[in-house]
Design a protein around this ligand. Structure first.
Ligand code: SF4
Length: 151
């Protein structure tokens, strides 16, 4: 049986696309590749932002850098492009980086740049959820692997 496609935050694949030029490679990447075809996306880069770039956090419906620059439009553009790729590739699930203002799911930094967490979802996660794409993060990736291994 062919493997399903899985949208995945590119930084979780070891690509240095994080705001600080680093990555968040997950240890079980090879295991994940055994059961899914990975479709990596970095919404912030897709939206036109450079790497490295100033850190940004969600403040209500806007996304601002620590210096107060409004990057909402870039975040929205990146989310729309990530969604378009997910639809084109028929990805019904996405594995996204927790806490990111784009990819976060469940909890986010609160917009004060004090590493204070509040309930919330990133701009891309929000859009994917609106299109019935199920979101996982690196925290419950084991469930994602098991789910498909059992199919
Ligand atoms: Fe990773 Fe998403 Fe941030 Fe890109 S936007 S660096 S994929 S968490």
């Amino acid at each position: 049986m062919s493997k399903p496609n899985l949208l995945i935050s590119e930084c979780l694949c070891g690509v240095c696309c994080r705001y600080d030029g680093d990555h968040n490679r997950i240890e079980c990447l090879e295991e994940l590749k055994n059961v899914y075809n990975l479709v990596p996306v970095c919404p912030e880069v897709l939206g036109g932002l450079l790497t490295p770039r100033p850190p940004a956090e969600r403040v209500g419906n806007r996304v601002l850098t620590r210096d107060g620059i409004d990057v909402t439009e870039q975040f929205k553009r990146g989310a729309a492009l990530a969604l378009a790729i997910a639809i084109e590739k028929n990805c019904r699930c996405a594995l996204l980086k927790s806490k990111s203002p784009s990819c976060g799911y469940g909890e986010l930094y609160d917009g004060t740049f004090t590493r204070t967490l509040v309930k919330g979802v990133g701009v891309t996660s929000e859009l994917l959820l609106q299109h019935d794409i199920q979101i996982y993060t690196e925290k419950n990736v084991a469930a994602l692997i098991t789910q498909n291994s059992d199919d």
